[in-house]
Design a protein around this ligand. Structure first.
Ligand code: ZN
Ligand code: ZN
Length: 659
């Protein structure tokens, strides 16, 4: 009996049934066999040693391909080696689960004394030893009872629980490397040697068994692994940079904002932070105004009936903050929530409210496109554990807008938007932007024809802009395709910030119609779009990308005028007044401190400029200019310094106009 195996280039060959991927690749070429660590069999990532018993398509996964498959295999294999190392070092430790995650893997262990980072060197050494031994990964299929008996005998109670959770009629796979064996879905590479030496343990944390706080606490070891040492080093360097730039740390040093437990996930913006926030908002508002948008403001709190109509109540309710409509005024009236009162909810998004404005009065095809913007303050009920500084908040403000348009305007509106977005990112200092066109998912609403037309319109719009884009196959929203805009920050991390989402459904649900040229009523098409996304998150990202050293036009304090001697105090005060009346955000520092102390302090606060005034400067009408991050200083006439600063502090969009 033979089977037909088709190769990626379309060629096909017959093999005996039961031939393994290993045999096939060895038959092709020694050098290919040497670097092939796994295969995709009919699209499924599989062990190379799997016996093939039907016709199918084969693709070899090579160690040096740089593919996501290889990275995943390396990390998964490393997790197994980590567990083996830990049990070899501390035999009474119980193993639980060890999945691959973004940027690495972890393994959860049960041990009386939790692991600490001090244990890493000895564990890593043992891991290297195990990899050196070079054991092959082998797979055995066991019955459930067999596996249960095995783990029971070893006191691996968590594994027994895992086995118990598998339906009785299902066989299960056990992967062995040397003497160590684990319940695992696989696949794995050929031997532990395929892992290489580019791995590193990164941190420890406590984690509840199965994420349930009623369960025992496990000790979780995180690690990462790459195909090459260079890639690992680059990653570790990026992580170290990211830690130094953590916006939560810098935000505190710059006195920008804080959080407190009474308002989980909602920002207390301090005066300096709010300057930054306002600068961003003002800038975006200017850009929207000059791009033909109108700005609106809609209610925070709206009745549940409203959210039922929009469809949010059914699908999105667990993410919404819900409050009773009426609260009894006196104690005699009983409990606050009687169960009878109507419910209201804080808006999680602005779209349905914008449709209410659109629906006031009759719209004609001539009124379209209508570009309706709002700095919409939205609340989403994120779990406390998911909150992360400015990056993940419960109260956020989006630079949100909805473009109501006709079907034949989708393309031009998209093009218009993409140009605006690129220009905004460039002004913020980001030029590396990746666009993804997310297409029809497996489960989708609407007709295929409409999907095809929508995807074509978005694709054509992107092609017309001249910007490259990628296709994110099957990642569109349920009802329509969307565009995602990802930008790279200063240390190479990618952030999805902007979006444009096409929507036929909400206008139909909420009856957003216009009178077409032929007099008929038609539903408007809606484009949900944001450039920055959430202002909070974008600011957090900016802080990290710039390591707090914001461009002059955004800097909360642009210049500090500091004195060396008290004789200069009066002059310094006068200079600050002049700076402020020229629109510069200036502060005065006449404290009786050494100038080096003042310089150090303001550099921690990331103030870009200092004008230092001593006795001589005061007499001569000059200032000694010090710039953040550079050595030395230059003495210039105050008026020259002021003019230069005013030019530098002009927002980039206004600068462009003046030029
Ligand atoms: Zn595994
Ligand atoms: Zn929207």
């Amino acid at each position: 009996m033979t089977i037909k195996v088709t190769f990626p280039d379309g060629a096909a060959r017959d093999y005996a049934r039961g031939t393994t991927g290993t045999t096939i690749v060895e038959g092709i070429s020694k050098s290919l066999a040497k670097k092939t660590v796994a295969m995709r069999w009919n699209g499924v990532l599989s062990d190379l040693s799997d016996a093939l018993d039907a016709d199918g398509k084969i693709e070899f996964v090579t160690r040096d391909s740089g593919s996501a498959d290889v990275l995943e295999l390396i990390r998964h294999d490393t997790a197994h080696v980590l567990a083996e190392a830990v049990q070899e070092l501390w035999p009474t430790t119980q193993v639980t689960i060890g999945p691959v995650i973004e940027n690495g893997f972890y393994y959860d262990f049960k041990r009386d004394e939790p692991f600490s980072e001090d244990d890493f060197p000895v564990i890593e050494k043992k891991m290297a030893e195990i990899i050196d031994r070079g054991a092959a990964f082998t797979k055995e299929v066991w019955t459930r009872d067999q596996a249960k008996a095995f783990f029971n005998a070893r006191g691996e109670n968590f594994k027994v629980e895992l086995v118990d959770a598998i339906p009785a009629d299902q066989s299960l796979k056990m992967y062995k490397q040397g003497q160590w064996i684990d319940l695992c879905r696989g696949p794995h590479m050929r031997t532990v040697k395929d892992i290489g030496n580019a791995f590193k343990l990164t941190k420890v944390a406590g984690a509840y068994w199965r994420g349930d706080s009623n369960n025992p606490v496990l000790s979780r070891i995180y690690g990462t692994a790459f195909a090459t040492k260079e890639e690992l080093d680059a990653y570790l360097h990026m992580m170290a940079e990211a830690e130094k730039r953590d916006h939560r740390k810098i935000g505190q040093e710059m006195d920008l904002y804080h959080f407190q437990p009474e308002a989980q996930g909602s920002v207390f913006w301090h005066p300096k932070g709010y300057v930054l926030y306002n600068q961003m908002e003002t800038y975006i508002r200017r850009r929207l105004n000059s791009s033909g948008y109108v700005e609106v403001k809609t209610p925070q709190l709206m009745s549940s009936k409203f959210w039922e109509a929009s469809g949010h109540w059914g699908k999105y309710r667990e993410n919404m903050f819900v409050v009773p409509d009426e609260v009894p005024g006196t104690e005699e009236e009983g409990p606050v929530l009687s169960g009878k009162s109507d419910l209201m909810a804080l808006k999680p998004m602005n779209c349905p409210a914008h449709i209410q404005i659109f629906n006031q009065g009759i719209k004609s095809y001539r009124d379209l496109p209508l570009r309706m913007a709002e700095f919409g303050c939205c609340h989403r009920n994120e779990a406390h554990g998911a909150l992360h500084g400015l990056m993940r908040v419960r109260q956020m403000t989006q630079d949100d807008a909805h473009i109501f348009c006709r079907e034949d305007q989708i393309q031009s509106e998209t093009e218009h938007f993409v140009h605006l977005l690129y220009s905004v990112y460039a002004h913020m200092g980001f030029s590396d932007v990746v666009i993804k066109l997310a297409t029809r998912p497996e489960k989708f609403g609407g007709t295929v024809e409409r999907w095809d037309a929508a995807e074509k319109a978005l694709g054509d719009a992107l092609r017309a802009t001249g910007y490259d884009f990628e296709i994110a196959e099957g990642e569109g929203a349920f009802y329509a395709p969307k565009l995602e805009f990802h930008l790279k920050d200063a240390i190479g991390r990618s952030w999805q910030v902007g979006t444009l989402q096409l929507d036929y459904v909400l206008p139909e649900r909420l009856d957003a119609t216009y009178v077409a040229e032929d007099g008929s009523r038609k539903y408007a098409v809606m484009l949900h779009r944001a450039i920055l996304g959430s202002l909070e998150r974008f600011i957090g990202m900016m802080i990290e990308s710039y390591a707090g050293k914001m461009p002059m036009w955004l800097a909360p304090v642009q210049v500090v005028v500091a004195t060396i001697v008290s004789e200069a105090d009066e002059t310094a005060e006068k200079l600050v007044r002049q700076l402020r009346s020229a629109g510069i955000r200036a502060e005065l520092d006449v404290r009786n401190e050494k100038i080096n102390y003042k310089v150090r302090e303001h550099s921690v606060g990331k103030v870009p400029l200092m004008f230092v005034v001593g006795k001589r400067e005061a007499e001569e009408g000059t200032v000694s200019v010090r710039r953040l991050g550079t050595e030395g200083q230059k003495v210039v006439p105050f008026m020259d310094a002021l003019v230069e600063l005013m030019a530098e502090a002009t927002p980039p969009d206004l600068k462009a106009k003046a030029a």
